[in-house]
Design a protein around this ligand. Sequence first.
Ligand SMILES: C[S@@+](CC[C@H](N)C(=O)[O-])C[C@H]1O[C@@H](n2cnc3c(N)ncnc32)[C@H](O)[C@@H]1O
Length: 217
Amino acid sequence: MKSRPIESRIGNTRSRLGVIDRMWHALGSQLRNPTGAVGSIVGWLMALVNDEPNRLAIDALDLGPGERVLELGFGPGWSLRTIAARTRGARVYGVDQSARMLQQATRMNEVAVSSGRMVLVQGPFNPLPWIDETFDKVLLANVVYFFDSDSRDISEVYRVLRSGGRVVIYVTSRDTMQKWPFAGPDTHRTFDAHDLASLLENAGFRASDFLSYLDIE
Ligand SMILES: C[S@@+](CC[C@H](N)C(=O)[O-])C[C@H]1O[C@@H](n2cnc3c(N)ncnc32)[C@H](O)[C@@H]1O
């Protein structure tokens, strides 16, 4: 039987690996900033896969009637919908850089948005378009991976949260994320408990105010 030279077979395997790596990287980029038709599919996937983590995070917000709640990086808008459904008279706000996610989240929350009870903004985490101490609660679910390393993003969260307010962060630990091929250093910043505490302290949050965190594999 005629066989191809070994160099050519190794070359083919390498290029297949290259294609797979590029696909994982593309997924990581889409999670960071969903765009185009693929972004819409990724949005629906996030709604499905992140439902449980988001519910846990929303429980931890301990929402009260009439509160002002902000979500950074709302993605498909699934948690905003849950927040609005759970709280009587709450005003719900969200910011996300992705035009696709704004579209998807607006559709998902059509009634709340058109009644003015929910305000969705397309824009960056920094600067946030609200004055100091606007919010009672802030939700950061699966977004601190995309925060800048100079603490400007988290400082904005601190600025817009009222004194005595609560921020809830849902983040998967670095140990787990390192096993996820789409969460490379080009697209995702990873955290252990110590890094997360430092992130918060650098922005002005006091360590003595931190509540426990869940470590879910
Ligand atoms: C992985 S998704 C998480 C969505 C949702 N919170 C969830 O848990 O399903 C991250 C979202 O944050 C947004 N995002 C990432 N970096 C951002 C930035 N610097 N400014 C504004 N939005 C950003 C992305 O557009 C994306 O919709």
